[in-house]
Structure formats: C-alpha cells, structure tokens
Design a protein around this ligand. Structure first.
Ligand SMILES: [Cu+2]
Length: 328
C-alpha cells in the first residue's frame, strides 16, 4: 500500500504533464524552438529526487522483507512443512521449539523426512543390510554347479552395482551421520518432534515456518492467508507469520456464508443430475502446491486448521513424538 501511495500521484502527474506538454509545444509556425542542450541544475534535480524516493522505497521494502523472511521473531513457534511427490508432511518442533536435524541419506518409508535419531539410523542400517542380503542370496542362488552365473552378465553387473550402492550408502551414514553412543545427545531435539499430515495453527500465535522438499521444487501456497513460498530440494526456505482468524470465525463471516451457499447450490445441483446424495461443503483453509511438479501435482493438498490454543493442545497431545514412536 505504501508503494501504491507513492506511485499513484507520480503516475498521474507525469502522464498528465506528458499530454499537457505535447499539446503546449506542438509545432506552430509563428514560434521558434528554444535551443536548450544541457543544464546542470536540471540534471542534478532529476537525479537526486528519484534517488531519494527510490532509496526510501527500497529501505522500507528491505525492512519489511527481513521482518517476514527471517525466523528471529520472539516467541515464534517453529513448524516445518515438507513437500514430496505428491503430498506434504508437517513437523512440529515440540517443547524445545527446535526441529531435530535431518539428512536425506536417512530417508526410508518409516522416516520420510530423514530425521536423525538413533532409532532411525538403526532402521536405515537394517533396511540397507536387508537389501544387500537379498541381492547376495539371489546371486548365490543363480550359480550352477560349476560356480557360473546362469543370469546374463548384464544382469549380474547391475545386481552387483545395486549392492555396492547400498553398501556405500551405509558407509556414508556411518561416516557422516552416526555418532555412535552420542546419537541421542547430539540429535535429541528430534525426540519431541511430532510428524503429521495436516497443518494446525493457533490464532494470534507467531510462527517461524520452514520449508524443505524431498525431490523437486514445490510451492506451498495458502491462498486465504496470502502465503506462498518455494520448497526447494537441498535447502531450507522460511518466513514468519501470525494467523489472525480461526477456521470457525471464517465460517461465520457473512460473505463466506453467502459464498458457500452458492457453492453448495451449484455442487448439489450437479450431484442431483448424477443421481448422487446431497452433501454440504464447508469453508476450510487449504495448503496447495502452486508449482507444476509432476503428474499428481493436483493431489498436493493439505488441510489447514486455525484454532484456539486449547483445541490445538488437545489435538497435538494425541500425536506421538519421535521418542514415543521409537519406544513403541
Ligand atoms: Cu508439488
């Protein structure tokens, strides 16, 4: 808005003057043009005035940008949104308000974010050992009595290549992530983290959101909150924000009620034509992917619920932390 108030008067003034001058100075026979090649004072004015105005806009803009983008707001809760082909994970940082570290090398079906804990490291080893074992078994069963493979040489090569990859991966985890007995003390901030697939937020609570991606660039977008940022593989993006209106409060707004009355009317007319049962659609905040990221891009939707602190606390209390899942 600040930019608009600066730009609008300048826009109308300069464009108005443009028309006035082209009318005022069009060719008239009785008039001779003034020869006016250079004027230092004029040069100075039209350099300094825009320089001052643009400096003000840029400095103010930079301050606003820094306020939004950097997670140093006092009391802000840290929440991570993680995109993958095709869906989202949300990770809450727990009581310590610190997200446990993660590494892509630890990503498995049971650890989709690659969060580092003793348990997850062990699970990764078990998985990798199991895969190596399977290939070993397959290879040893694929030999005839003379000890020659009856698989094609290509096949054998690719199996051995796969096995080597699994071994290398285990070695990389060992050398880069595994701190042995210290795992739990080094990576303990992960213990109280909670992993879910919805985003629940508390009204008037400042949040420090961080975003990561598993595979390609995704773009978490919550249109009702005017909130959007890229989730980029290999790096973390972030911003601060504070939700101000709960889902229930949005549903009670006259314009939202009217909007959804019309939507339900159209929706149910269509259902009737198809011979299906009537249903009622309600307002919900929604986080979607706003970057064409693959075949099922349009499936990348996650419910966002904005609620009171009590509602949030009773919701999250039922979700297991990483430590609770490990001790199960
Ligand atoms: Cu996506």
């Amino acid at each position: 808005m600040f930019n608009w108030w600066v730009i609008l008067p300048v826009f109308f003034l300069t464009n108005g003057v443009l028309f006035v001058f082209s009318w005022k100075y069009y060719y008239r026979q009785e008039r001779k043009a003034l020869y006016f090649p250079h004027d230092n004072k004029l040069e100075l004015i039209w350099t300094i005035v825009p320089a001052v105005a643009l400096s003000a806009i840029v400095i103010y803009g930079l301050k606003t940008w820094n306020d939004i983008m950097f997670n140093d707001q006092e009391g802000a809760k840290v929440v991570e949104v993680y995109g993958f082909q095709f869906g989202w994970w949300t990770r809450y940082s727990g009581d310590d308000n610190v997200l446990g570290k993660a590494d892509y090398k630890l990503i498995t079906a049971s650890n989709p974010l690659g969060v580092i804990t003793s348990e997850n490291i062990q699970n990764s080893y078990n998985y990798l050992d199991g895969e190596v074992e399977k290939i070993n078994l397959l290879l040893s069963e694929s030999k005839n009595v003379e000890g020659e493979y009856f698989l094609s040489a290509n096949n054998v090569d690719s199996l051995i290549g796969r096995m080597e990859r699994f071994k290398r991966q285990k070695y990389r985890i060992k050398s880069a992530i595994d701190r042995g007995d210290q795992n739990d003390s080094v990576y303990k901030s992960a213990n109280d983290d909670v992993l879910v697939q919805e985003l629940h937020l508390v009204k008037d609570q400042p949040y420090a959101m961080t975003f990561r991606s598993k595979d390609v660039i995704h773009c978490p977008w919550v249109p009702h909150l005017r909130m959007q940022i890229n989730a980029v593989p290999g790096m973390e993006t972030s911003f601060n924000f504070t939700p101000t209106t709960t889902t229930q409060e949005m549903r009670a707004k006259p314009e939202v009620i009217e909007h959804y009355r019309v939507i339900n009317e159209i929706h149910n007319e269509r259902l009737k034509k198809l011979g299906e049962k009537e249903e009622k659609v309600e307002f919900n905040y929604l986080l979607m992917c706003n970057k064409i990221c693959g075949a099922a891009h349009s499936n990348m939707k996650m419910d966002v619920v904005i609620e009171t602190a009590e509602e949030f606390n009773s919701w999250i209390a039922e979700k297991p932390t990483y430590a609770q899942k490990a001790s199960e």
